[in-house]
Design a binder for this molecule. Structure first.
Ligand SMILES: [Zn+2]
Ligand SMILES: [Zn+2]
Length: 374
């Protein structure tokens, strides 16, 4: 109903004011929702079709995060989620799923297949809860090369279950100069399984690789860059330094990166240096101030969407060393109060606008001519 109304409207506009069509055409909207160092990224096509990548945190965070996703869903005027990709089976990516599915219909559940990092709560969810959620919907196991049908967009899975696309996307495939200096990284079992998704809308391109880790970035991007250049790099594994190698970040040449970091998750110096030295990067936007960045490495607060529940004094200049994980670790600063998204609105000519929901700061990036896609 929504879609056909939008199509009729678009046709009417095209007939009446053809010259203004590109300016009045609806954008692709992307809401990067604050789920406290987890992931929830909502794509809404010009015709109102939707793709949600991940559903926030498990446990005490599930109700909060599902509520924050629903706030974006309402803002976008959605009555259902057409496609939901769970990038991998970590609690900061699928944790709010049952809570969310109770609030809005989800038509197609997409994932990489079985969990490869056994964990009691995850395996219980996969055995008992998840099948119940997709019982009345579709369930799709993603393979590299899979196309997700959304009218007006090209949505392609580029990584899943540890596999990558073997051939370059159209227009991509040139040699990647960063490959020679690549240093392998360490990782857990599930992060490298991440479903990675490439989205093209006209001249606008973006990619979200979940928590894909360095060794898989190398497999995807070397010796040839199979993705090409993107306008916006989304996610960045929260800005964690087991991901975000130069073979990925520098070769993608993003104009803008939007990092889904937490108050003390991601944004470490190594990642920030890779980003700040990335060729052609115009701005980095962050979900949160991160104590692991300190003032030394972070961007101006204008580009940061969320603060803390307890008003804090100025962020220290020096980055904090991550505390030893475990029961003795000091808790990260809490943010359970009002949360703000970062909204991206992209047009088919390649221009786009990014808006910080907290302070209203908005910046438009003009379309630029392409000499090549790499
Ligand atoms: Zn927050
Ligand atoms: Zn994660």
């Amino acid at each position: 109903m929504r879609a056909s109304t939008a199509v009729l409207l678009a046709l009417a506009l095209a007939v009446v004011v053809p010259a203004a069509q590109t300016r009045t055409a609806k954008p692709l909207d992307v809401y990067v929702v604050d789920v406290e160092g987890g992931n929830a990224t909502l794509f809404v096509s010009p015709a109102g079709e939707s793709l949600l990548i991940d559903s926030g945190n498990a446990g005490a965070g599930a109700v909060r995060d599902a509520g924050r996703i629903m706030a974006a869903v309402k803002e976008a005027g959605l009555t259902r989620i057409d496609h939901l990709i769970t990038t991998h089976w970590h609690g900061d990516h699928f944790g709010g799923l049952a809570e969310l599915a109770a609030r809005i219909p989800i038509r197609n559940f997409i994932d990489h297949g079985p969990n490869v990092q056994p964990a009691a709560a995850t395996d219980e969810f996969l055995q008992n809860t998840y099948p119940r959620l997709y019982a009345t919907a579709r369930h799709t196991i993603a393979k590299p090369g899979l196309t997700i049908p959304i009218a007006g967009l090209e949505v392609t899975v580029v990584t899943s279950a540890g596999e990558t696309i073997k051939t370059a996307l159209p227009g991509a495939g040139s040699a990647n100069r960063s490959c020679a200096s690549f240093k392998p990284g360490e990782n857990n079992a599930e992060d490298p399984m991440s479903v990675g998704t490439y989205v093209r809308f006209g001249q606008f391109r973006t990619v979200h690789l979940g928590d894909l880790t360095k060794n898989k970035e190398f497999e995807l991007m070397c010796p040839n860059n199979r993705i090409g250049a993107v306008d916006v790099l989304l996610g960045l594994h929260h800005g964690v330094d087991t991901s975000n190698s130069e073979v990925l970040v520098h070769a993608l040449r993003p104009r803008v990166a939007i990092m889904n970091n937490g108050t003390r998750k991601g944004g470490q110096p190594e990642v920030m240096k890779t980003l700040h030295s990335s060729p052609g990067l115009e701005d980095l936007w962050q979900m949160h101030f991160s104590e692991l960045s300190g003032q030394e490495y972070t961007v101006p607060g204008l580009f940061i969407a969320n603060l803390l529940d307890e008003p804090s004094a100025a962020m220290p200049v020096a980055p904090m060393s991550p505390p030893q994980p475990g029961p003795g670790a000091p808790p990260a600063p809490v943010h359970n109060g009002t949360a703000y998204w970062i909204k991206l609105s992209a047009h088919a000519d390649g221009s786009f606008t990014v808006t910080n929901g907290r302070n209203g700061f908005s910046k438009t990036y003009a379309a630029r001519g392409r000499t090549g896609t790499d």
